[in-house]
Ligand binder design. Structure first.
Ligand code: TYD
Length: 210
């Protein structure tokens, strides 16, 4: 277990928009609960009451938000989510399954908005008092395929989804750099694999953590 992580298991799901995180998160929750595990689900932004308000600002506020302000808003959401929801659950020995975490900030605000990746990571680590996941599942997807999937699923985009293709290409590359730097924490799965195959790969890896 990584230093700073209490008991329990902290699993995060990462990937570009349209990579299928929600589908896999639901399947994983079902499997973990079938094993009798207590699972707390969360997401960033918006895992808490405060986070819900911040999420509205971050994703739907009209007009420009300066990149550093954006990074700080995500970090504020993270600080509250980790302190009030995630750490207490881990201390109770539960599994926390979370959609997006600090790697999203490094990929989107760092690579995407072109802020310094180390500074963004350190900001997040400060916000979360150093908590790193035990496992991070990265659903890797070519950004053009992600866009096509999103287009077929909805008609309105949030501020981040609305960014241009080259932004999303940088996000994807940013994620892959992170996964390469921490191969033990990351499980990288091609998001084009079948839903069943992805779910099986995730279950296999998590089984090794019990
Ligand atoms: P959400 O609807 O939760 O996206 P998804 O369904 O794809 O997970 O919206 C979250 C958006 O915020 C998504 O585009 C990624 C972005 N984001 C960041 O830019 N930085 C962050 O630190 C986090 C947590 C998310």
């Amino acid at each position: 277990m990584i230093e700073g992580t209490p008991r329990g298991l902290f699993i995060t799901l990462e990937g570009g928009d349209g990579s299928g995180k929600s589908t896999q998160s639901a399947l994983l929750l079902e499997w973990l609960e079938s094993l009798g595990r207590t699972v707390v689900t969360s997401r960033e932004p918006g895992g808490t009451d405060l986070g819900t308000e911040l999420r509205e600002i971050i994703l739907h506020r009209r007009g420009y938000i300066a990149p550093r302000a954006e990074a700080l808003l995500y970090a504020a959401d993270r600080a509250h989510n980790i302190a009030t929801k995630v750490r207490p659950a881990l201390e109770r020995g539960e599994i926390v399954l979370q959609d997006r975490y600090l790697d999203s900030s490094v990929a989107y605000q760092g690579a995407g908005r072109v802020l310094d990746a180390t500074e963004v990571r350190n900001l997040s680590l400060w916000a979360a008092e150093g908590l790193l996941p035990d496992l991070t599942i990265l659903l890797d997807l070519d950004e053009t395929i992600g866009r096509t999937r999103l287009d077929s699923a909805r008609t309105k985009y949030d501020r981040l989804e609305d960014e241009k293709q080259d932004f999303h290409a940088r996000v994807r590359d940013g994620y892959l750099v992170l996964a390469k730097a921490e191969p033990e924490r990351f499980l990288v799965i091609p998001a084009t694999d079948s839903i069943d195959s992805i779910a099986a790969q995730i279950r296999d890896r998590i089984s090794t953590l019990f």
